[in-house]
Design a protein around this ligand. Structure first.
Ligand code: FES
Length: 107
């Protein structure tokens, strides 16, 4: 996967319509992409509580609930919204270039 200015090309944007999610590998890291009502959001796919993959969790609006123990996170900021997790999730910036979803680590 090529990187330009730390942006990594992932999947075609038409492969991720509203309501869909997909896990992609970005520089060796599993990243979960979400299309929430037309907004593309990306987080590292590892719960900061005990390492569970998050992408299968229930999504309500821009909040995801870890399927393992129920921690809740903002998909937009990575902020913890409910324990047992306390550490925020790494987030990714997302853009679409030439019909491709590209991500790079935020901050
Ligand atoms: S692993 Fe996610 S809440 Fe425990």
């Amino acid at each position: 996967m090529a990187a330009h200015d730390n942006w990594f090309r992932t999947v075609r944007s038409d492969a991720l319509p509203p309501g869909r999610r997909q896990v992609v590998a970005v520089a060796g890291v599993e990243v979960a992409l979400f299309n929430v009502g037309g907004n593309l959001l990306a987080i590292e796919d590892v719960c900061t509580h005990d390492g569970a993959p998050l992408a299968d969790g229930e999504v309500e609006g821009e909040v995801i609930t870890c399927a393992r123990h129920g921690a809740r996170f903002s998909l937009r900021t990575g902020e913890v919204l409910a324990p047992p997790a306390y550490e925020p999730l790494p987030c990714y910036e997302v853009r679409v270039v030439d019909g491709w979803i590209e991500v790079r680590e935020a901050g």
